[in-house]
Ligand binder design. Sequence first.
Ligand code: FE2
Ligand code: FE2
Length: 587
Amino acid sequence: MSKHRRVWSYPWILALAYLVLGALWILVSDRVVAGLAGSQAELQAWQLWKGWVFVGATALVLFLLARAFLRSSYATRTTLARIMDLLPDPAVVRKVDDDTYLVANRAFQRVLGRERGGVEGRDPDELGIQFDPADWAEYGRHLEAEGEVRDFPLHVILPDGTPRTWLTSSARDEFQGTGVIVATTKDVTDLEAARLHAENQVRRIKSLREIDLAITASRDLPVTLDLVLQQVVEHLAADAAAILMWSDVSQKFEFAAARGFRTRALRHTALALGEGYAGQVARDRRTRVVQDLATEPGSLARSPELEDEDFASYAATPLVAKGRVNGVLEVFRRSPLPGSREWRDFLEVLAGQAAIAIDSAHLFQDLQDSHRRLRAAYGHTIEGWARALTLRDAETWDHTERVTEITLRLARRMGVPEEALTHVRHGALLHDIGKVGVPDAILLKPGPLDEDEWRIMRRHPVLAYQLLAPIDYLQPALAIPYAHHEKWDGTGYPRGLSGREIPFTARIFAVVDVWDALRSDRPYRDAWSPEKALEHIRAQSGRQFDPEVTSAFLALHEEEGLEAMRGTDHGSGPSVPVGGNTPSGLA
Ligand SMILES: [Fe+2]
Ligand SMILES: [Fe+2]
């Protein structure tokens, strides 16, 4: 505000002074002239002189004022230019009305390759500076609305054709009565390129990490390969990419995964080592880049569908893991590929990841196969033992098979987890394996056992424990062979466990085993009737058996028709439990 008052008040003071002086001149000069003149003619001559003196004095004042004004105006501009020259970055004063540069500092002249005077009075077009139109419009809008902008990025092409990025700070102002824009710029082209490069690197590292995680977490090879191809397309500026995988069966590189193709080209690819680009790349173990497929179509010319893809360039690199080529990564583009050293490096890094993924998937596959074979071998061995056992026991293989099946159903019904059922199965199959240590005379005795014989017979769970405990694989299956004669009320053997001390699966098995034994013929008695057997089970709930397991068994018996599983040739004759022992004693 104060600045404005000074600017305005100065000419008024001049005008006022002029008015006062003029008025005084008129008042005083006429009297002086009248006093000096002796005649009318002399007065006229004096008046004329007085007029000339006035005009002359006014002209002199005007001359002095104009000179002072012009000098100061010139000095202001020179000083401004000098200050601007001191700035290391380009700076300009540009007129708003015609876009011409009023002042341009040395740094700006240097950027344009011009001398001082070569820039002033011209506009960007005349100087050959091309601002990005969108940037320029946006910049103008901001400047118009806010009066100034800071660090606005302007993309510009210089007269010599080089594209640069200028970070511009500008403000609207008035200079010597003209609307101007004062602007200074910083060339951030290299900085921006470095930033983009760094961002790119970070993105690439992230993508590698993603692939790593996928390799570690996912056993699904197609998912991992698809992720690798996604990264290839994204980070290597490719339009399409494919992975061929070595097949030991066909002895060829076969199509495994693809991304970005318009057609089903490559789906039936199968190349021998050394055959086609991919085969050659695998044989030579070297990346190959074909920048112009039109002049070097190679083996790709043979795929008619590939023609519809309009690919212009191609690259392939071998997938090598542990010194073995297990596939080929192929990259396609509908324009020339970047193909720089850095580009190739990243292609090879991604190929390395794909190779590791394939290798680890094969490893896992092999491991799973061996594991499956091993488990099957164990399963068959255990079943073999169980069968061998029934060769000399009163119990039949049918009994073993049946109680195993029913125990599994009951266990599943009672919420035993699926992964534990294998052990339940093994435990049930081997439940009486301890009887291998019981002499034939006792085991096969047709009549009741005496006290000593019973003592030996009751050792079979402990014998089972001693037999199986050293075998790691069978540890989880021990519960049933070791504890199937324990009773809920604590009167069982060998350890006299009670209630929930008895392993859950042994409690389940005990009910099934006793029921099936009662329903079967024995050398010393006939099978019990279904009703009588069930009555016995019910009666033993809370005594011999866990009440919960008993109810679950009775429900299962009713719902799934367990009697039907036994066929028709058992369970009708009179039932005579022998020896005063509970029937389960011989189960
Ligand atoms: Fe037993
Ligand atoms: Fe049994």
